[in-house]
Design a protein around this ligand. Structure first.
Ligand code: FPP
Length: 239
């Protein structure tokens, strides 16, 4: 009994630094190759019929890196958003953001808003760039939105549901991820899609992110399709 291809795939793109270190390159070269891998995977995912792809490009914890490294990753984000616009148009790919936009440099906020506006009508795959994203931070911001809407006052607080929180997340219309992939061999979720990923299948690949190709994505999806997803329920009779 197989599972259909995942509707929403999230990827923790890890191992750019180790990829570079193994070659005597700078960390920046690792991130640059990581960006090329991200382009390959977006193309492959779109061709495979994935509907939503969330890429973890910069976490709320990544500010701990040197100013040079942070600046370089931000410049790559900008380069990616500008350089791929024709590709998004041709492939009808919609770009969205997850994370705390207000905490980003104003030029990156503007690029993200402009890419989202330029591609907002496209009905193909949606690429959600998680930038200045943390799962805990997203939940806190969701609760603040709920509080601002008056939903957390008095008796209403007792009636609060999981659905209320889901509806206050950054992209409430995006379905929960079915599959979360992590490259570079670490078995951690690192604050990625904490709320949404409650029942995501996990796939960890030993390969560093810059080495990822469409074949690695296809292999992760084939693995996913062999999983038995029960969402806390029991195995079907006969199994
Ligand atoms: C993790 O590798 C990677 C990052 C923190 C940055 C990811 C950014 C990109 C791939 C470029 C931007 C992409 C898009 C789609 C705009 P690491 O540096 O933690 O690697 P390490 O653990 O081996 O040091």
């Amino acid at each position: 009994m197989g599972t259909d291809i995942p509707v929403h795939v999230g990827i923790i793109m890890d191992g750019n630094g180790r990829w570079a270190q193994a070659r005597g390159f700078t960390r920046s070269q690792g991130h640059l190759e990581g960006l090329k891998a991200a382009k390959r995977i977006v193309k492959a995912a779109s061709e495979m019929g994935i509907r939503y792809l969330t890429l973890y490009a910069f976490s709320t914890e990544n500010w701990k890196r040197t100013a040079d490294e942070v600046g370089f990753i931000m410049s790559l984000v900008k380069q990616y958003l500008r350089g791929e616009l024709d590709f998004y148009r041709e492939n009808r790919i919609r770009i969205r953001h997850a994370g705390n936009a207000a905490g980003l440099p104003s030029d990156i906020q503007a690029e993200l808003a402009s890419a989202a506006a330029d591609t907002g009508d496209f009905e193909g795959m949606q690429v959600i760039l998680a930038i200045n994203y943390g799962g805990r931070d997203e939940i806190v911001r969701a609760l603040r939105r709920l509080a601002a809407s008056g939903k957390m006052a008095g008796a209403d607080l007792q009636a609060l549901t999981e659905g209320d929180i889901t509806a206050s997340l950054d992209n409430p219309d995006v379905p929960d991820p079915d599959l979360i992939i992590r490259s570079a061999g670490e078995y951690r979720t690192s604050n990625f899609l904490l709320w949404e990923g409650a029942y995501a299948e996990l796939c960890v690949s030993p390969k560093f992110w810059p080495d990822w190709t469409g074949e690695d994505l296809a292999a992760a999806i084939a693995d996913f399709r062999g999983r038995d997803r029960r969402f806390g329920g029991a195995l079907a009779a006969g199994n």
